[in-house]
Design a protein around this ligand. Sequence first.
Ligand code: AQP
Length: 333
Amino acid sequence: MQRVFSGAQPTGNLHLGNYLGAIRNWVTLQNDFECIYCVVDLHAITVWQEPTELRSNIRELAASMIASGIDPEKHILFNQSQVSAHAELAWIFNCVARMGWLNRMTQFKEKAGKHRENASLGLYAYPSLMAADILAYKATHVPVGEDQKQHLELTRDIAIKFNNDFKVDGFFPTPEPLILGPATRVMSLRDGTKKMSKSDTSDMARINMTDDADTLAKKIRKAKTDAEPLPSEAEGLEGRPEARNLVTIYAALLDKPVADVLAEHGGIQFSGFKQALTDVVVEKLAPITEEMARLKNDTAYIDATLSKGAERANAIAQPILREVKEVVGFLNG
Ligand code: AQP
């Protein structure tokens, strides 16, 4: 069976973009693939995390995945730092990847900002760790949002270079990105040209998975829009990023084509559409939010589930790591 690997960072503020662009698709993939899903805490610390908050965010993210429908019994759900193969393989990949490749990564440039010399070395090497995450399991498919496409291309480059350098044709697969669903890039509620992001300083820019119904209603009511009513056809969304974003979210949550949403709501003012959108967001998110809160408090269950997941992940990754060490010329003890 083909194998899927994907992960999300426990950096708090899990939002609708993470859900529609990633977690919801991961749930669907469980029907057709062997799936390995990871809370990537090693990635999270590439930017400073307060330790107590990090621990809480790890549990919250695991809870949100289970509450969204990830099945930790049939598939594997675990926490990255509990499987040492990720860090070990990442070091080997640091020696395969070229600095020129990493210099091109737009996410590093965005996250490091103007003061690049103050960014952590880990943030720079992030894509190499991501390659290790995927290739430690020889995963064939990786569901990601648009923003991770460039990193996945780098994973493919690392796999190809490793296979060539060590003359082990086909040893690592070149994993395929799965950019799924109608909402691969959910945008900020305050600026339709910026993606919805955990690190946005404005909480009003984001629909958090933990928001209650009143907060959701307020955020959607205050979301930026233009003065025009909704168009009846998709062409009418051209040059209207905020309008496009709200319509896309509505369509994605209801699993409907955007054209159908516009055919139904075209001509109405945004005030009316925002009410309809609030109803749908609350209806779809409330059961997940409730279950997340319940599971998050059951820390014994979450911790035991992640530990069991780590054991199962380790059972796949360790033999692959042994093979890698053999190929590289290390002594396997
Ligand atoms: N706005 C988005 N729309 C669609 N998909 C998104 N993803 C993130 N933002 C959007 C996808 O969510 C998955 C988990 O990503 P992550 O935990 O690595 O989070 P991130 O990319 O760090 O999330 P943010 O909000 O973008 O964080 P910051 O603010 O730190 O940059 C990934 O598959 C990602 O594509």
